[in-house]
Design a protein around this ligand. Structure first.
Ligand code: NAP
Length: 308
């Protein structure tokens, strides 16, 4: 059995070590070492060159190195094998830490207190109890659900919105177009954890911001393409939004002259919200390879018709 590995920007060594430890029966090829192509049965990849995967005649499954699969969207010739997104404990845990951190920053008015510190000003703002702070998630998938549950544990009032109806203990669930308006109307801190699809691109726009209570805040840790950046700046400047914590951007790296860098109401992080941990990620890959080899259906298969 041979697996092709094509890395993202992270150090490949821990990945290769985890692969040899956890799937010792698997020969590992590192892109661009493809020959002989007929040996390759599995591919674990980030951003493959268009047509490369289709040139592997015996491929059984494609594993995305990232949770989102938008990096595969540029390849119009993906072969007809299951594409599996990355679902693994390290990714989920790191995203939860990021979301909780940013929700707490916004809840505790960290931006204001930083500003007061810079001005050497001793000023107290009225506190808000966590149960009076309404957090709303766009998306209620693997990552959002874990973060939402941890915020419930901190006693926040949490709701979420998904494509299909859901029931999750302690979380008010909305779905569909009407559901979005209801979620927005009750949200003080909006967290975007949607996949980037034809339906969700540009969803963080003027119209959506207008549906939030005045002074609401947002956290975008999904994809830059979810936000219309000019609308976001307008909403912040008009006071419709009072702050934003942004991890993802239309253009990455965020250009040096971009207004987000210096905006007093924006927290910028450089697309670091969540990251796979090689050991736990390869555990998930190994589990799915074993399922396929045993004739079972793999888990976490992408449905390209719905876009995620
Ligand atoms: P997931 O498990 O596939 O969950 C996606 C959620 O979005 C589901 O609840 C789905 O609804 C909902 N959704 C999709 N399209 C929708 C629509 N049109 N209307 C309403 N709801 C919709 O995905 P995940 O693993 O949680 O990851 C979410 C995204 O996070 C990824 O796609 C990726 O872009 C982003 N991400 C970012 C980072 C980072 O470092 N910034 C790291 C990892 C992931 P249903 O439940 O009804 O299907």
């Amino acid at each position: 059995m041979t697996l092709l590995f094509k890395r993202d920007m992270t150090d490949p060594e821990p990945w290769l070590a985890a692969l040899s430890r956890q799937i010792p029966e698997c020969e590992i090829r590192v892109f661009p070492d493809l020959e002989p192509r007929g040996d390759i049965e599995y591919a674990l990849v980030y951003d493959p060159p268009p047509g490369m995967l289709a040139s592997l005649p015996n491929l059984k499954a494609i594993f995305s190195l990232w949770a989102g699969v938008d990096h595969l969207a540029g390849d119009s010739q993906l072969p007809p094998v299951p594409v599996i997104r990355m679902v693994e404990l390290g990714m989920t845990a790191s995203m939860t830490v990021h979301v909780v951190q940013q929700v707490l920053n916004l809840h505790t008015r960290a931006i204001d207190y930083r500003q007061y510190q810079a001005e050497r000003r001793w000023k107290m703002l009225d506190p808000t109890a966590p149960w009076d702070r309404r957090v709303g998630f766009l998306g209620l998938g693997t990552l959002a659900q874990d973060a939402a549950e941890k915020l419930v544990g901190l006693r926040f009032d949490v709701a979420g919105w998904s494509r299909t109806p859901k029931q999750i203990e302690g979380i008010q669930c909305f779905h569909g177009e009407d559901g979005l308006a209801e979620l927005l109307a009750r949200t003080n801190i909006l967290v975007c954890l949607l996949p980037l699809t034809d339906e969700t691109g540009g969803i963080l726009n003027k119209q959506l911001f207008a549906g939030l209570p005045r002074g609401a805040t947002i956290v975008n840790c999904a994809r830059g393409g979810h936000a219309v950046e000019a609308d976001l700046l307008d909403a912040l400047d008009s006071g419709q939004l009072s702050a934003a914590a942004l991890d993802v951007f239309n253009e990455e790296p965020l250009p040096e002259n971009h207004p987000f860098w210096v905006h007093p109401r924006i927290i910028v992080t450089p697309h670091i919200a969540a990251f796979s941990i090689p050991e736990t990620a390869i555990e998930s890959v190994a589990q799915n390879i074993a399922r396929i080899e045993n004739g079972e259906s793999p888990l976490y298969v992408v449905d390209f018709d719905r876009g995620y």
